[in-house]
Ligand binder design. Structure first.
Ligand SMILES: Cc1cc2nc3c(=O)[nH]c(=O)nc-3n(C[C@H](O)[C@H](O)[C@H](O)COP(=O)(O)O)c2cc1C
Length: 352
C-alpha cells in the first residue's frame, strides 16, 4: 500500500459529505489502513493526529454557491504544511433524478480553488472527486422523495468505493477536471454568492410559533450562527445556510420566508437602492473620491451594500414582529416550505 495513514476532515450540513467520508473510511479500514475521521464543525484549532509514515489527507465537504463553504475554505487556508502527505478533495453536490436520468450538480470553484491553495502549500493532489448526492438546497426546492434519495445514494456509494480503492492503491483520479470549463464560466456567480448571496440567504430563515425553544438548532449549528433573541432563534450573518437546522428541527418550525424575501429583493433593487444612489450622487457625498475611481463597479458594490443593510434591518423587524400571531400566520401562509409538499431532506444513515 502506498499510504500508512488516512485522515479525512469533513464538514457536512445535512449528512451527505459525512456519509461519503464514512464510505471512504470503510474501504480504507477493509484494506487495513489506519484511518481517522475528523468533523470540523466550529473548529478553533486544527486537529492533527499523530502521524506515522506517508499519509493521505482527504477534505470532504458539500458545495455551497458553486464553491466550498467558507468554513471548509477557512480550514484549508489555515491547514499547516505537512511533510510526506498527499491530499484529495471530495465535494458533494446537489444531484437530482429525473425519471431514470441522474442529473449532476455544479462544482464551480469547489474543486479547483482548494486544489490551488493546497498545491501552493506544497501538497500533491492525488484525487479530485465531485459526488452528486441528493440536493439538500431546501431554500430553492422541496426535499427529494425517499425512493429517489435511496437510488442516488446507491449509485454514489459505488462511485466513492471505486475512488477510495484507487487512491489507496496509489492511483490518481481527477474526475472533477471534466467539468472545468463550466466551473470557470460559473466564476462570476461564485463571487456573487460569496460576497452577497450567502448573506441574503442567511436572512431567509425564520422560526414560527411551532418553535418550542428546544434550542436544537442553536446547539447543532456547525458555525454557531443561531442565537436566541426574545425566545426565538435568530440567524446571524455567520449562517452558511447549510440546512442542518431546517432538517433537524423536531417541530418543523423553521421556514424559508419565500414571499417576504422576494418582496425585499424587489423593494431594494427597484426602489431603495436607486433612491439612495440618486441621493448620494445628488448630494455629492462621494465627490471627495477621485471621480475616475467611481466606476460602474463601485456603484454595483454600493448597491449590494445597501441591499445587505436593508435585508439586515428588515430581518430584525420581521424577527421582532413574529411575536404577533397574525404576522406569524402571514409568514407561515406565504412560505412554500410550510406546506406538506415541501419535504425536508432526510439523509440515509450510514453506520461506520
Ligand atoms: C446553501 C446551499 C448552496 C448549494 N450550492 C450548490 C452548488 O453550488 N452546486 C451544487 O451542485 N449543489 C449545491 N448545493 C447542494 C449541496 O451541495 C448538496 O446537496 C450536498 O450534497 C449537501 O451535502 P451535506 O449533506 O453534506 O451538507 C447547495 C446546497 C445549499 C444548502
Amino acid at each position: 500500500m502506498k499510504y500508512d495513514q488516512l485522515i479525512i476532515y469533513y464538514f457536512s450540513g445535512t449528512g451527505n459529505a459525512r456519509n461519503a467520508a464514512i464510505w471512504i473510511e470503510k474501504i480504507a479500514k477493509e484494506k487495513g489502513l489506519n484511518t481517522q475521521l475528523i468533523n470540523i464543525d466550529r473548529f478553533e484549532k486544527i486537529e492533527i493526529p499523530e502521524i506515522t509514515g506517508k499519509i493521505l489527507i482527504g477534505f470532504c465537504s458539500p458545495t455551497h454557491g458553486f464553491n466550498l463553504p467558507p468554513l471548509m475554505l477557512k480550514f484549508i487556508w489555515k491547514f499547516p504544511r505537512l511533510k510526506n502527505a498527499d491530499v484529495f478533495i471530495l465535494n458533494t453536490r446537489g444531484g437530482l433524478k429525473l425519471s431514470k436520468l441522474f442529473l449532476p450538480g455544479i462544482s464551480g470553484a469547489a474543486q479547483f480553488f482548494p486544489a490551488i491553495l493546497l498545491r501552493l502549500k506544497g501538497y500533491g493532489i492525488v484525487g479530485m472527486q465531485p459526488l452528486d448526492l441528493p440536493s439538500n438546497w431546501l431554500i430553492l426546492h422541496p426535499g427529494l422523495r425517499e425512493k429517489v434519495v435511496h437510488s442516488i445514494y446507491k449509485r454514489c456509494e459505488g462511485i466513492v468505493n471505486n475512488f477510495a480503492t484507487e487512491l489507496i492503491d496509489g492511483k490518481r483520479k481527477y474526475k472533477a477536471l471534466l467539468s472545468l470549463p463550466i466551473d470557470i464560466l460559473m466564476l462570476p456567480i461564485t463571487f456573487g454568492y460569496y460576497f452577497i448571496g450567502r448573506f441574503f440567504l442567511a436572512k431567509t430563515l425564520i422560526a414560527t410559533d411551532a418553535c418550542n425553544n428546544c434550542e436544537k438548532c442553536v446547539i447543532q449549528c456547525p458555525v454557531g450562527a443561531i442565537k436566541m433573541i426574545g425566545n426565538r432563534p435568530f440567524w446571524t450573518y455567520k449562517c452558511e445556510s447549510c440546512m442542518r437546522c431546517v432538517n433537524a428541527c423536531p417541530e418543523r418550525a423553521i421556514e424559508t420566508t419565500h414571499t417576504f424575501s422576494t418582496i425585499l429583493l424587489i423593494l431594494s433593487s427597484l426602489i431603495i437602492s436607486p433612491l439612495l444612489i440618486s441621493g448620494i450622487k445628488y448630494l455629492g457625498i462621494l465627490d471627495w473620491i477621485n471621480q475616475s475611481v467611481i466606476t460602474r463597479n463601485l456603484w454595483t458594490i454600493i448597491d449590494a451594500a445597501i441591499f445587505l443593510v436593508f435585508v439586515f434591518m428588515s430581518y430584525r423587524i420581521l424577527h421582532f414582529l413574529m411575536r404577533y400571531k397574525f404576522v406569524n400566520r402571514i409568514v407561515t401562509f406565504t412560505s412554500l416550505s410550510s406546506y406538506k409538499f415541501w419535504r425536508r431532506y432526510k439523509v440515509p444513515v450510514q453506520s461506520k
